[in-house]
Structure formats: structure tokens, C-alpha cells
Design a protein around this ligand. Structure first.
Ligand code: IMP
Ligand code: MG
Length: 370
């Protein structure tokens, strides 16, 4: 699940459970190395408060705990200018000091830590950090214990904040670098080759294909809460409320936070649904870029479907009257949506007659311009 803090989105990165394991491993290593030495753990506030708390709870022997408070970060960037807000408040002469840092990034804060301890005459100064960004580190100070090396991307949670928010989260989230998404609503009358073209678009543009029919069947089959809810309406012969469908689509979108975009297929069908879909994409700081409709002459469709009926055995592909009705119904229904998206200059009709390759080429031309 994505979370939003101020203006930015973050995605799950390190779970609470994994953090627990990392902390435990650090505790075990440090406890073993220190033996009977009574350490003073010095947490660097604010970021380290959760780490220090969990760490000392797990520490198997007697120890002392104190804090210093430094500040260096503004927004998502480290600054050179470290403020010393609270320094050492006790004499640590001849003590074994283990500095507990939540994260080491540029190393500027660590440099200040070393400055603080320069004249303290401690017996040992040991640096332990839960997270470490090797690509960002620009100092030479030794890091005695590192919980986990992470890529040079901004994270929040478990004490770490983005402008004051996120410290309370029990897991770590990573900044989602906003990438441009292409989200399209794909339309085509029966027999237009929508399935084939959706496959191709999915591959070429690395999009996630969300077929509303499949999503429904999957939710019902797996008896998800939303599936059961949808089924309760269907069993009564009632229409499933749009909100239920939207909630299902929302789940699909959130399952694919790294996608380049989505192909919506089978939804929306009404003006209200189109608006609901816009709202959903808006809530993700994204948008529907285009309604792409394959256009195929009725007579061509009828011939294609009749031909398909000869081999597919689908009853609704065998009868010309039924076929013509399905096509008519399609145009009746999509007309409203064509208007809806045309008003926003988002309607793109694509000639769906020709070879598969020729049609994919035409679709690519549309998507490349979005
Ligand atoms: P450094 O001085 O650049 O090494 O950064 C150390 C301090 O910056 C940490 O103690 C944190 O308070 C903060 N910091 C560094 N990286 C991050 C991050 O990814 N998220 C949140 N805070 C960070
Ligand atoms: Mg810190």
C-alpha cells in the first residue's frame, strides 16, 4: 500500500518483521563482541528513538542509555550544516560508547558525532547504524556495525521522517520516484481484436492489463470481502454498485505500484463510472490519458465473427442477428464515453481493419504521442 506524507508517495520497503530480525542480529553481534564490558549506548535523536528502544529491550546484559540530538536534514536532502541541539549530558571518560544511529547517509552527522567525542577520552567509540547508504557516504569513519545496506533513496518510518511525518510508522517505506504513467481505457466492438492488441500494448509499454470481468471473477472465486459483496448483489439480481467495482480496481492498482500504467478493459461503461475512475486515478496523483477505441466497420465485424463462430463453437458468434445486436449495443453504450473523453481531447479512434501488425503500429502511434 502506498502512503502519502505531505506531497510525496512512499511504498513499502522493509517490513516490521525484517527490521526486528536486523535489530536482533545487531544486538547479538554487539553483545558477543562486548562481552562483560558495560556499554553506554548513545542514540542520535530524533531518528534513532525507535531503533534504540527496540535495541536495548533486546540487549541481553545490563547497559546504560543516553541520547544526543542533532539535526541535518531538510525535506529529502542532507545538508552540511549540522545543528547540535543537545550534546552529551554526562561524563563518559573511560567508557565503552556505542553510538546507535538510525541511518548513515552522507556521513555529515557522523562527523559531528566524532567531533562531539573528540575530547571526551572515552575508552572505545563504536559506531552502529541500522541503515547505511554506501552510495551516499562520503567520509572515512569506520562503521563497526551496519544493520542493512540500502540504495541511495529516501526512506521514512521506524523513527525516520519526511519533514516531521512518518516517524511513527512501524515499517520502512521508500520514496516512490514519480514516473510518468500511461493509463488508457481500451475499447473495441466485439470482434475488433481488442484482446490481441491489449496483449501487445501490455508487452510493449510494460502496462498492467486490468480486465474488469477477470477482476470480478477472481474476487468472487477467492471469496474476498469485495467479491462476496459483489456476489450478494448479483445473487439478488441487482447491479453491483459502482463503488464496489471501483474498490476492486483500486486494489488492483495498488497491487502494482511500480507499473508504468494501466489498460482498463471493460470499465468504465457509464458517465458516472468514467468520473469515478478519474477520481480514483486522481487520488493516485495520476490520470487517464486516453480512451483508445478500435474502429471496425460493422460489415467487417459481422463477417469476422461469423467466421469465428464456425470454429469457436460460441453460440453468440454463430447468429448474424445476435451479432448485429451486440455491435449495436456496443455503439449505444460507448457513444456516451466517446463524448466524455472527447470533451477532454482524450478520445482516439484507431482503424481496426488490417493486419494485426498494421493495427498495433497505429495504436503505438497514438500511445507514443501521449
Ligand atoms: P547524514 O548526515 O547525511 O549521514 O544523514 C544522517 C541523518 O540524516 C540521519 O540521522 C537522518 O536523520 C537523516 N536521514 C538520512 N537519510 C535519510 C532518509 O532516507 N530518510 C530520513 N532521514 C534520513
Ligand atoms: Mg539521525
Amino acid at each position: 500500500m502506498l502512503i502519502k506524507l505531505h506531497d510525496l508517495y512512499f511504498k513499502p520497503f522493509i517490513s516490521e518483521k525484517e527490521i526486528g530480525t536486523i535489530v536482533k542480529n545487531m544486538v547479538d553481534a554487539i553483545a558477543e563482541d562486548l562481552g562483560d564490558e558495560m556499554p553506554v549506548f548513545v542514540g542520535v535523536l530524533n531518528g534513532s528513538f525507535m531503533f534504540v528502544s527496540d535495541f536495548v529491550k533486546k540487549y541481553p546484559k545490563s547497559c546504560e542509555v543516553t541520547f544526543i540530538k542533532l539535526a541535518s536534514y531538510e525535506g529529502v536532502k542532507s545538508t552540511e550544516d549540522i545543528q547540535r541541539l543537545i550534546g552529551l549530558t554526562q561524563d563518559l571518560t573511560d567508557r565503552t560508547v556505542v553510538v546507535l544511529e538510525d541511518i548513515i547517509d552522507s556521513g555529515n552527522t557522523l562527523e559531528e558525532v566524532h567531533r562531539i567525542f573528540r575530547n571526551e577520552n572515552v575508552k572505545n567509540l563504536i559506531i552502529a547504524t541500522l541503515f547505511y547508504k554506501p552510495e551516499a557516504y562520503a567520509k572515512d569513519f569506520k562503521l563497526h556495525y551496519v544493520g542493512k545496506e540500502i540504495p541511495n533513496k529516501f526512506i521514512v518510518g521506524y523513527g525516520l521522517d519526511y519533514n516531521g511525518l512518518g516517524r511513527d510508522l512501524p515499517a520502512i517505506y521508500q520514496l516512490k520516484t514519480t514516473q510518468y504513467m500511461i493509463n488508457i481505457v481500451l475499447f473495441g466492438p466485439p470482434g475488433a481484436g481488442k484482446g490481441t492488441q491489449a496483449e501487445f500494448l501490455k508487452e510493449k509499454y510494460d502496462l498492467v492489463h486490468i480486465s474488469t470481468g477477470d477482476v470480478f471473477r477472481c474476487n468472487i472465486k477467492n471469496e474476498t470481502a469485495l467479491g462476496m459483496l459483489a456476489k450478494s448483489y448479483m445473487d439478488k439480481g441487482a447491479l453491483v454498485p459502482d463503488q464496489v467495482t471501483i474498490d476492486m480496481l483500486n486494489k488492483e492498482v495498488e497491487k502494482n505500484t511500480d507499473a508504468n500504467g494501466f489498460i482498463f478493459d471493460g470499465f468504465p461503461r457509464t458517465d458516472a463510472q468514467a468520473k469515478a475512475l478519474d477520481n480514483l486515478m486522481d487520488s493516485k496523483d495520476s490520470q487517464i490519458n486516453a480512451m483508445v477505441a478500435l474502429e471496425v466497420d460493422d460489415e467487417v465485424l459481422v463477417q469476422r465473427l461469423l467466421k469465428r463462430g464456425e470454429t469457436s463453437g460460441r453460440a453468440d458468434d454463430a447468429d448474424e442477428g445476435i451479432i448485429r445486436n451486440r455491435i449495436k449495443e456496443y455503439y449505444n453504450k460507448t457513444a456516451i464515453l466517446k463524448d466524455y473523453y472527447s470533451e477532454q481531447n482524450k478520445y482516439f479512434g484507431v482503424d481496426g481493419v488490417g493486419s494485426i501488425e498494421a493495427i498495433t503500429e497505429r495504436l503505438s502511434n497514438v500511445l507514443d504521442k501521449l
